[in-house]
Design a protein around this ligand. Structure first.
Ligand code: HEM
Length: 420
């Protein structure tokens, strides 16, 4: 929580908005806390229930099927993305087709597999610096994971901090609007209408600055690579397309590690044997095994209970099974990927913490057409944000409430740990 508060959303230093007050806030907390139990009951007794215009897919197979059937179950993000981009299309808002494929292919040319070792190295180095400078006590959500993520991905994407304002606040507010505001909070909308154009102008300004500087060789970051391709006459890379893609990667990517990575640490702290295993993997530099621990810990408190899909044409889910259900056009399917990762039809012993699970068991990063564009970056970096902390001796929760992860809506808010 920062000292300098501003009512101007562009200048705010508060990455998360104040929690919903009173009964509303309390109810929201209760619903989130009860979700795993509720989804577990549905999985067992009514795995594909319908409540009016809402259908919930709880099984691993049905979650995979809905995510994989984009033609009937479309990602519902376009309208809000348009507010963020100023009406320019971003591929998360598109269905499959030439525009979607061209945009993803264009961004794959500038977000490259060969960058992963460098990103991994930087993630670990930044986390080490944060832990080394913390004097034996660190707040994990903001001072460790958010700090590392925004530096790492801001530099990688080529987005510098704005002269006034805070990218962490801007990106997180736009992320909340896009993904965590189903009720359409008018107060959030007011902030978004100030922040979205400022974010676009900031990225456009950086493009203009680089061109005006007459850079013969662009910096080797995502923005620089886009501008180099533009200068080489590659038609996809218009200013609008570059600005939109970089804006949306900034909004869609960095706000999420500060949610799931502290949640993973909280889950490890609850399981002394798993924590000891993760610490040993960190000390042994066994990064693959450490990634296994962190992905598995995330399974017990993933990003969200589920993601929405809009039904564009009457469609059947789980055809040929006793639970087969026809879903009418206009309905919404909540694709409960958190529940899928607890489905004993596909995961052996889902209640058991197992750091050696196979990749297919996880649905952390979605599935099908819109599977996370940053999933390889995630796989390369998330566990390394915790590695320096896990290597420290005598890692423990700070005394009192500070030492337990608190949440603000879907966002992890605060978790303080101490170490030797
Ligand atoms: C902890 C980190 C992350 C998590 C848990 C996560 C999770 C997800 C999920 C679940 C989806 C699917 C959304 C849907 O189908 O409705 C998704 C899509 C996406 N993610 Fe991530 N993500 C993370 C980090 C990133 C990063 C670092 C980037 C980029 C720098 C990124 C960029 C995207 C994009 C562009 C899409 C849309 C892909 C498409 O439409 O084809 N994400 N992410």
């Amino acid at each position: 929580m920062s000292v300098a508060r501003s009512t101007d959303p562009l200048l705010s230093r508060d990455v998360l908005r104040p929690r919903a007050a009173g009964l509303k806030g309390w109810l929201m907390g209760q619903v989130m806390a009860a979700a795993p139990l509720g989804l577990g009951l549905l999985r067992r007794f009514a795995p594909l229930p319908r409540f009016g215009k809402l259908v919930i897919a709880t099984l691993h197979d049905d979650v995979s099927e809905v995510f994989a059937t984009d033609a009937a179950f479309a990602a519902p993000y376009r309208d809000k993305l348009d507010v963020i981009t100023g009406g320019e299309p971003f591929f998360l808002g598109l269905g499959d087709g030439p525009d979607y494929r061209a945009a993803v292919a264009a961004m794959r040319r500038v977000v490259r597999p060969e960058d992963l070792p460098r990103l991994a190295h930087e993630a670990e180095a930044l986390a080490e610096a944060a832990v080394a400078g913390a004097g034996g006590r660190i707040e994990v959500v903001d001072a460790l994971v958010r700090e590392v993520t925004f530096k790492l991905l801001g530099d990688y994407l080529g987005v510098p901090p704005p002269a006034e304002g805070d990218l962490r606040v801007w990106a997180t507010r736009l992320f909340e609007f896009q993904f965590a505001d189903p009720g359409g909070d008018p107060a959030l909308r007011v902030q978004v209408e100030a922040i979205a154009p400022a974010m676009r102008a900031h990225i456009q300004g950086e493009m203009d600055r680089r061109r005006a500087a007459g850079l013969a060789v662009q910096p080797d970051d995502v923005l620089g690579r886009c501008l180099a391709l533009q200068a080489a006459g590659e038609g996809w890379y218009t200013d609008a397309a570059i600005r939109t893609a970089v804006t949306c990667l900034m909004v869609g990517g960095p706000p999420q590690p500060p949610m799931v990575v502290p949640q993973a640490l909280e889950q490890l702290l609850r399981r002394p044997r798993a924590l000891a295993g993760a610490q040993q993997a960190a000390r042994d530099d066994d990064d693959d095994l450490l990634a296994g621990y962190v992905l598995e810990a995330m399974r017990f408190d993933p990003l969200a209970p589920g993601l929405p899909r809009h039904v564009t044409a009457d469609a059947m889910i789980a055809a040929g099974t006793p639970r087969a259900r026809t879903v009418p056009a206009g309905a919404t399917v909540l694709v409960a990927f958190a529940s899928a990762m607890m489905d004993d039809r596909r995961l052996p012993d889902p209640k058991v913490f197992n750091p050696q699970r196979l990749a297919y068991e996880y649905v952390h990063f979605g599935h099908g057409l819109h599977e996370c564009f940053g999933r390889h970056i995630n796989r390369a970096t998330l566990h390394l944000m915790l590695k320096p902390l896990l290597r420290r001796p005598d890692l423990r929760r700070a005394p009192g409430a500070a030492g337990r992860l608190s949440k603000n809506g879907v966002f992890a808010e605060r978790l303080v740990v101490e170490f030797g």
